[in-house]
Every structure is written in structure tokens, then in C-alpha cells.
Design a protein around this ligand. Structure first.
Ligand SMILES: Nc1nc2c(ncn2[C@@H]2O[C@H](COP(=O)(O)OP(=O)(O)OP(=O)(O)O)[C@@H](O)[C@H]2O)c(=O)[nH]1
Ligand SMILES: [Mg+2]
Length: 142
């Protein structure tokens, strides 16, 4: 299984996504640091929201095969910097969460992720499970 690092804004669904993909009861430590859980690495949203933490993201990504940029489909703004994906010499996958909510727009989330340099995207609902099988297959997770 590939080592996977998750990056995303506050409340975008990073911890919930790790719980689903790892099929375990992941409870993140509430500390301002990269959090390891099996083959998953969770990152604090502050690392994305403030550019002074980018070096921390780049250092942590050295141990990963794949990065997931998590984008909440209900958000009307995006804090992922333009072309951020290009900063990592890794496969970057976009996961669009909360597509079950009425205010969600997959199209808008796709636009945000494209702007961040992401080409490969998977819309999911972590509430209903929609899209999770396709995502697992794309990531090579059983
Ligand atoms: N309806 C719905 N709720 C979701 C979905 N994904 C996540 N949530 C909810 O969104 C909230 C935030 O999810 P988290 O997994 O804690 O998000 P996070 O990115 O880890 O948040 P921080 O660690 O605080 O940055 C939780 O209440 C989740 O249950 C989804 O696809 N649909
Ligand atoms: Mg979390």
C-alpha cells in the first residue's frame, strides 16, 4: 500500500477520510504536527493556510508516494495556493468531500483543485459512502 499524505483546509474531511480509507477508528492527536496513522499522514490545516509552513509540508511529503488534497465541496473559497501540486514531486490526487450536502458544488471544487494543479479528482461523500470504492481502487487500497 502506498504511503499517503493528506492536506486540506480546516474541517474539509481529512480525519474522516483517513477513518474510511484505513477502515479504523482514527482519532487525530490535537497537536500542531504531522500525525501518522498506519500508511496515512495527516497534516494540520494551518500548514496549508499559511505559506510559512510549506517547508514542513514538503519535508513530510518526502516519505509519501501520494498526496491527497482534500477540498470541501460546500466551500465557496479555497485556500490551496495556485499550482501548489507542482511543489511536490509526487502523485497528487484531489478528493472532493461533502457532495451529499445541498450546498455542494462539485464543479466549483474541481475548479479550485485544477487551479491548484491537480489533474486527478474523486468526488466522495463520507456520510453516504458514495465514491469511496472508486477512490480506494484508484489509490490501490483494498
Ligand atoms: N455530510 C458530510 N459531512 C462530512 C463529510 N466529510 C466530512 N464531514 C464532516 O465534516 C466535519 C469535519 O470533518 P473532519 O474529518 O474532522 O475534517 P478535518 O479536515 O479533519 O478537520 P480539522 O482536523 O479540524 O482540520 C465532521 O463533522 C465530518 O463528519 C461528507 O462527505 N459529508
Ligand atoms: Mg482532522
Amino acid at each position: 500500500m502506498p504511503r499517503i499524505m493528506l492536506i486540506g483546509e480546516w474541517r474539509s474531511g481529512k480525519s474522516t477520510l483517513i477513518r474510511h480509507l484505513s477502515r479504523s477508528d482514527y482519532r487525530p492527536r490535537k497537536v500542531f504536527a504531522v500525525d501518522h496513522h498506519g500508511d496515512f499522514m495527516n497534516t494540520p490545516s494551518e500548514f496549508l493556510e499559511n505559506r510559512r509552513w510549506y517547508p514542513a509540508l514538503i519535508t513530510a511529503s518526502a516519505h509519501c508516494d501520494t498526496l491527497i488534497f482534500v477540498q470541501d465541496a460546500t466551500r465557496t473559497t479555497c485556500q490551496i495556493a495556485p499550482s501548489l501540486a507542482a511543489m511536490f514531486n509526487r502523485r497528487v490526487v484531489g478528493v472532493i468531500t461533502k457532495i451529499d450536502l445541498p450546498e455542494a458544488s462539485v464543479q466549483r471544487a474541481e475548479r479550485f483543485l485544477r487551479n491548484a494543479g491537480v489533474r486527478e479528482m474523486y468526488p466522495v461523500s463520507l456520510s453516504t459512502g458514495t465514491g469511496l470504492d472508486v477512490l480506494r481502487e484508484a489509490l490501490g487500497i483494498s
